[in-house]
Design a protein around this ligand. Structure first.
Ligand SMILES: *[C@@H]1O[C@H](CO)[C@@H](O)[C@H](O)[C@H]1NC(C)=O
Ligand SMILES: *[C@@H]1O[C@H](CO)[C@@H](O)[C@H](O)[C@H]1NC(C)=O
Ligand SMILES: *[C@@H]1O[C@H](CO)[C@@H](O)[C@H](O)[C@H]1NC(C)=O
Ligand SMILES: *[C@@H]1O[C@H](CO)[C@@H](O)[C@H](O)[C@H]1NC(C)=O
Length: 447
């Protein structure tokens, strides 16, 4: 989190300009001075728009909505009699094996490849209004190259994500993409890796900064390292100087309406997924995480009270082998952790500081053998945490795992069932998550 820490320092110096964050400011040289002056103004404007969108996407008084809470989502757990943990996708040529109702919404359609944009009907939870590139043309990435950060060539992923307007981005064939610098994705985009194997690996990661409405689906992200920084394009009409990136797999920075689904992630040099600086309306689902220390950070700093707007759903994910901690680590916001399978952690699973609200429902927690690491939860504070609302509802605990609850019991749900997904009991979780991670879908067959 070196970047955010630096940023926070710059925030202290420039309190009146809250948007001077991110790797926007640079160690100034005369040559760069002009770019920076122009750039700060650009990013201030972007930040102001993004903040407005985050505020619109967030419910300031969720309890107002609870009176009309009703469980309307039909739950289906079907086609799953033979479901099994399947890390590399699934058998080809078999009937639809969707085991949860996000997947059932699209995987059973043999013509999914002709109806790619129907995926947007499937998102649930706080990110449920995300439509990504819906309504826009299909953009087919044909080249894994990433050589030109300022004028990316047509046919490259960087060219696709920096176009204006909605785009549904797919890939002509399987490819390994090594990003030279962080990939600055603009608003209203879907990155859809279904039908091919897309690896983002051994280079920089994906940045969603001050953007709205992005879907990332069906790709694999691993061995991400920091980008050195430099001039990088972030939209059709703008590029600017950016400092070194952290090495997060996906960095969500002041962004809203984000859906990450069926992504496989491991080994990034910072977090796998960070959501910080007032990001909200996010669903992370059906994804598979392994081989990592600081898995997810929701809110980077105890001074960043803007993260009060953060509302995030984690659903149907598998937190797997060789993970250590932060699944997630939260500050301020509201995090609904529902029907995830936690099979490995070395230190703890869910933690936080600055009184976040964490509702853990219908998850399975399998503790490690180490007797000192059986506790699911970890509170990072020297003060009183008893009032923080951290509740466990119908979770399943194995191998001595236990969740230390605090704060008031959740009597009525503070959000509608559309935003707060209705959980199945924890005993269903292995089945619900048995296809977590990037899938192997074949065109013309149910996926
Ligand atoms: C800024 O540049 C100076 C001189 O090149 C260097 O010593 C210093 O470490 C740099 N600071 C940062 C934060 O990069
Ligand atoms: C989604 O959009 C609907 C309709 O505009 C709105 O009422 C609702 O608050 C939004 N939900 C979220 C989580 O953004
Ligand atoms: C609940 O729903 C009813 C009918 O749809 C509506 O009239 C009422 O205002 C709603 N109440 C709240 C608190 O949203
Ligand atoms: C994204 O799409 C929405 C809806 O079409 C539009 O209002 C908004 O301006 C778009 N955002 C950008 C940055 O183009």
């Amino acid at each position: 989190m070196a970047k955010v820490y630096n940023l926070f320092l710059s925030l202290c110096l420039v309190v009146v300009i809250p948007s001077l964050q991110a790797n926007i400011l640079e160690n100034t040289t005369n040559v760069d001075q002009h770019i920076k002056m122009v750039d700060n103004k650009y990013w201030e404007e972007r930040a102001a728009i993004a903040r407005k969108m985050s505020e619109e996407a967030y419910f300031p008084n969720p309890h107002e909505l609870s009176r009309n809470f009703s469980s309307t989502i039909a739950e289906h757990v079907a086609g799953s009699r033979h479901a099994r943990r399947n890390l590399n996708g699934q058998r080809a040529g078999v009937a639809c094996e969707a085991t949860n109702n996000i997947d059932r919404c699209w995987r059973c359609d043999p013509n999914w490849a002709d109806n790619r944009q129907k995926l947007v009907n499937c998102v649930q939870g706080f990110g449920r209004n995300t439509t990504g590139g819906k309504g826009g043309p299909i953009y087919i990435v044909t080249s894994p190259a990433d050589n030109d950060m300022v004028n990316p060539k047509p046919g490259t992923l960087r060219h696709a994500v920096t176009r204006d307007g909605p785009l549904w981005i797919i890939f002509a064939h399987s490819m390994n993409i090594r990003l030279n610098q962080e990939l600055m994705v603009s608003s209203n985009k879907t990155i859809d890796g279904r039908g091919v194997d897309i690896y983002i690996t051994k280079g920089a990661g994906i940045t969603l900064q001050y953007v709205n409405n992005v879907i990332i689906h069906g790709i694999k992200i691993h061995d991400i390292v920091p980008g050195t920084g430099g001039l990088i394009r972030d939209s059709e009409n703008h590029y600017g100087f950016r400092t070194r990136s952290d090495g997060d797999g996906i960095s969500i920075f002041g962004a809203s309406n984000i859906w990450i689904d069926h992504v496989s992630m491991r080994k990034c040099s910072d977090g796998l997924i960070d959501a910080i600086m007032g990001s909200t309306a996010i669903t992370i689902s059906n994804s598979h995480f392994t081989d990592h220390n600081d898995v997810m950070l929701f809110g980077a700093n105890d001074e960043h009270t803007i993260d009060k707007v953060m509302q995030i759903t984690l659903v149907f994910n598998h937190f797997g082998k060789r993970l250590i901690q932060r699944m997630p680590r939260c500050r301020f916001g509201f995090v609904h952790v529902v029907n995830n399978d936690y099979t490995h952690w070395e230190m703890y699973a869910i933690g936080g500081s600055s009184h976040p609200t964490i509702i853990s429902e219908g998850n399975r927690f399998v503790a490690p053998d180490n007797n000192n690491a059986k506790e699911v939860t970890k509170r990072v504070t020297t003060g009183d945490w008893k009032s923080w609302q951290w509740r466990s509802i119908n979770d399943e605990f194995e191998n001595g795992a236990f969740f230390v609850q605090s704060g008031p019991e959740m009597i009525t749900k503070p959000f509608s069932s559309k935003d707060m997904i209705t959980a199945k009991p924890g005993s269903y979780v292995q089945r619900l998550t048995s296809f977590a991670g990037s899938l192997k879908c074949r065109v013309g067959q149910p996926c």
